[in-house]
Design a protein around this ligand. Sequence first.
Ligand code: ATP
Ligand code: MG
Length: 781
Amino acid sequence: LHFFMQKYIEQLNEAQREPVLQKDGPMIIIAGAGSGKTRVLTIRIAYLMHQGIDPFNILSLTFTNKAAREMKKRISDIVGSSEAKNLWMGTFHSVFARILRAEAEHLGYPSNFTIYDSQDSLRAISGIIKEMQLDRDIYKPKQVLGRISNFKNSLITVKAYYNDPDLQEADAMSKKPRMGEIYQNYVDRCFKSGAMDFDDLLLKTNELLTRFPEVLAKYQNRFRYLLVDEYQDTNHSQYLIVRALSDKFQNICVVGDDAQSIYAFRGANINNILNFQKDYEGVKTFRLEQNYRSTKNIVEAANTIIDKNKVKLDKVVWTANDFGPKIKVHRSITDNEEGRFVAATIWEQKMNHQLNNGAFAILYRTNAQSKAMEDALRKRDIPYRIYGGLSFYQRKEVKDALCYLRLVINPKDEEALVRVINYPARGIGNTTIEKLTIAANHYKRSIFEVMQNIERIDLKLNSGTKQKLLDFVTMIQSFQVINENQDAFYVVEHVAKKTGLIQELKKDATPEGMARIENIEQLLNGVKDFIEGQKEVDGAVGSLSEFMEDVALATDLDKDTSDEDRVALMTIHLAKGLEFPHVFVVGMEEDLFPSAMSMSTRSELEEERRLFYVALTRAEHQAYLTYSQSRYRWGKLTDSEPSRFIEEIDSQFLEYLTPAESNYRYKSSIDSDIFGDVDKSKLRLAKPIGSTPPKHVTDNQPKPDANVRKLKPVSGGNPSGGTANLFDNKLAAGNMVMHERFGKGQVINLEGVGPDKKAEIKFEVGGLKKLLLRFAKLDII
Ligand code: ATP
Ligand code: MG
């Protein structure tokens, strides 16, 4: 044991070793990407245990449960699994859900409370808006839920809302004067259902720790050592929890990188990291400067990017690693072509260098971008996995099954009940459900309780309907009995059969229908895996409620159940903390990245830039930046400009792949069907490329970022590289030309010089268009 510990500590560099050896007191490690922050945190925990700290007294909070599991495994390797087992590690949400279950009675909640996912919350809000007979176009459920979520994360309760005239006025100004009532109704409805939403897990924890000093004291004494990874992304609610818990012993170690703060839109507050020194007395600050993850090219390029931000802590990041290949920049004409370039490159790299699929990640700004990538990977038979997006547990048939299971655990759960009470069809209609809901609101009881007492409440239901309601109650109760005596697998299988769910799905013999049944099978496999996993961990029987907790709190990254070797596709937000040998950052286009919705203020743009910093620093060996000149967005083909972020990188770190060179190998596959997947009839409706100058050039408004964009030739500074430029020299007014997309046309006029040279061309179909020659693929005919 001693030997192992020694070995791990010796492997750290000096700057990393210091915070590991510093046992007590408040400390902060601020350091750039890939400098070993997470590694230091892991070794630090092992070393605390090695020094005799009871694992029961250590709490470590991570960004995903997966990260927590990996850390725990590492620590097990060093100190042994029987010790590591007792560590508390996980996301804020999963750790505090566990505490809330133990302490639920203080708050008047049952310990078996349901955790609503965002779908459930949205349905509840929609229901309330309908019941209150409000206009859904003004009270948009998603917006309303977002507002309530913000309240909760800032610890604004309903009461606090009514005490704050400013908040009420703001809602009145935005034509939503009844926001407070909706908030109240939503809180009531969740409480009556024995349900907490995601934000409640933090809000209620704060309530618990402030209202019940004895509970606070209990957990302060328990968690004598607190460690928080990715501290830059904690929101106000999380910040207060950490402060309260660490207040007594002040053994708090937080690690983070202000340059990677990317969750401001969800209320994360970068000031938490900037103000840490002020919050505790005698804070020790550590800085790590050596990056072990990436090549020099990547590290230095990333430094040039983050330099453009004004709000930042000064940091040095360097690496002793090789220079490595330059960052490759690729442009394509359509997003589908972009997908084909990525898939072809992965395929080629795999072949040439014997790499696994897992060596590659494709990162994008928005989930919608995954489709083109998926199509291209599928065509080449490259296995991939998409993280995020609509998760497995949110698919309709899976969620239906889960809602029955939620009722077994907590029959008060109203969203679950309304969802499945008449699915499969049992002749319980909407009018009946409405009557039940009204009665439940009136008696301040759950719908299930109303149903149990249906004989005693006069709802003007006929006896047939009453019987159906009672049958449903009996069915759920019979499941509860089984749940008391059987493991989770048995219960889930039994429920799937007895509710008629499987028979219902079997009626549909189409491939989609079959896929739904397979999903239920997969859910069962998941339960089996879970039970096996539980046995390994502590020899326990995996109960249904434990399984459901796991499902409710799985973060998007956690749903990675199989070990198969696949290319990873995910948003940049989700990639935080991860690393891959080869990283493609796709869709490097203005209005997409930086996002059109995040360019109006400097601070928004700076957050987008930090996001780009996160993306680039995931790469160990090779990074690719790709962009497309056009892409389908909101059902329309739109033209696009390369992202300003590409140009912000010092050009010495970049290698522009000219179409002629880069696509040489893939030329046949790309050119042959370059527009095979574009609906040509739509092309005429689309904005022609180059018809509008980039927004940030024409706009008279002062720009959030004062850098004036200067377009670089895409061919990497070689003015004669690429078809368009070569051709540019010869083109004259009057020439007949053929354009790949617009077809035949005649050059009317030429204007501008060098890379800005434009041609006005009258096409036979589509009329007059102005094209930037640098981009336009034209042939003289
Ligand atoms: P991020 O900011 O992206 O979360 P990080 O600062 O948490 O990064 P780690 O993930 O801990 O960095 O480390 C980056 C990589 O460098 C990992 O593969 C890690 O194993 C490796 N590493 C860290 N420190 C050392 C070291 N002293 N010797 C060798 N490899 C190291
Ligand atoms: Mg990390």
